[in-house]
Design a protein around this ligand. Structure first.
Ligand code: FE2
Length: 306
């Protein structure tokens, strides 16, 4: 019988490849479970002085991911330690897949702990919330999730605006629901002209706009948003030094926006890398983040916001 053997030199690349893959997976598992807190300051002369120092905790793309032994206390503690005046959730709190059970327990435990902070909480809709609400195949998941939010004072905003008032002066928190047709793989679908104004009405003053997709920053800024809070891109999954995020969950490579701060025509966009993952359960050089924003009033043009 004739036997063939691989020479030892041929085994070395295979062993190195296996070791590299194991190292990447181990690093990714570590990153996915280690929360970071990003602090940002927004300075604007349009912000009423009464809101100087107002603090917002912004969570996005939780996707049922947990932090800490009980899967929520570490994130709840990070939010509590930020001493927020307002908690905003940018959408995609669950992973939803047709015909499959979705893990709702992490959001349930987290909302319950955050409710104890007794500050207003608003939740915009991401593509996963739109899907479970509008499409068949998700059973009663939308009813269960929206009831959960109501039970804990997390108000779902769907093309809606709320007014916050202090000392007789107001700011606005708006949540734009980006239509599901605009969540497209491999690229950007054009947003219909006037969509933001049609959905939300005119911008009435200093406005924080939650909109899940960062692709339409031009449209959000043109509408008049002072601060846009977006997510959806998970930081680009793998961040390459000097090049940025490699790939978004909708398979856009080296996108224009991946994570961080962007400014345009007096508007600022903070794009969260999110807190969880789905489909591509990988994070490299791209830790999950909670964003803590402090608003600052300026008496004159300070740059950053209109
Ligand atoms: Fe998303």
């Amino acid at each position: 019988m004739k036997r063939s053997w691989l020479p030892p030199s041929a085994l070395i690349p295979a062993a190195l490849g296996t070791a590299a893959a194991a190292g990447i997976l181990a690093r990714s598992a570590y990153e996915r479970n280690h929360l970071t807190v990003t602090r940002e300051e927004i300075v604007s002369e349009r912000l009423p002085e009464a809101f100087d120092g107002f603090r917002i905790a912004f969570l996005s793309d939780l996707h049922g991911n947990g932090f800490g032994d009980d899967r929520c206390s570490a994130l709840a503690a990070a939010v509590r330690d930020a001493h927020p005046d307002l908690i905003l959730c940018g959408g995609d709190s669950l992973i939803v897949k047709k015909g499959k059970t979705s893990r709702i327990s992490v959001a349930a435990a987290l909302w319950e702990q955050l409710a104890q902070l007794r500050v207003p909480m608003y939740h915009g809709l991401g593509n996963h919330e739109i899907r479970m609400r509008d499409e068949d195949g998700y059973g009663d998941l939308w009813e269960a999730y929206s009831q959960l939010c109501r039970d804990h004072g997390m108000e779902l905003l769907d093309n809606d605006t709320v007014k916050l008032t202090k000392e007789g002066r107001s700011v606005y928190i708006a949540a734009l629901t980006v239509p599901k047709e605009l969540y497209r793989s491999f690229g950007k679908a054009p947003m219909p002209d006037g969509y933001v104004g049609g959905a939300l009405g005119p911008c009435r003053g200093f406005t924080v706009l939650m909109a899940h997709s960062p692709l339409y920053f031009d449209e959000y800024a043109a509408w008049g948003a002072d601060l846009c809070l977006t997510g959806h891109f998970h930081g680009g999954t793998v961040r390459v030094p000097g090049l940025g995020g490699l790939m978004t969950p909708n398979y856009m490579f080296f996108p224009q926006y991946d994570r961080g701060r962007y400014e345009k025509n007096g508007s600022v966009m903070l794009l969260s890398a999110g807190l969880g993952t789905h489909s591509i359960d990988l994070r490299l050089n791209d830790p999950p983040e909670l964003i803590v924003i402090t608003l600052r009033h300026s008496d004159g043009p300070a740059g950053g916001t209109r």
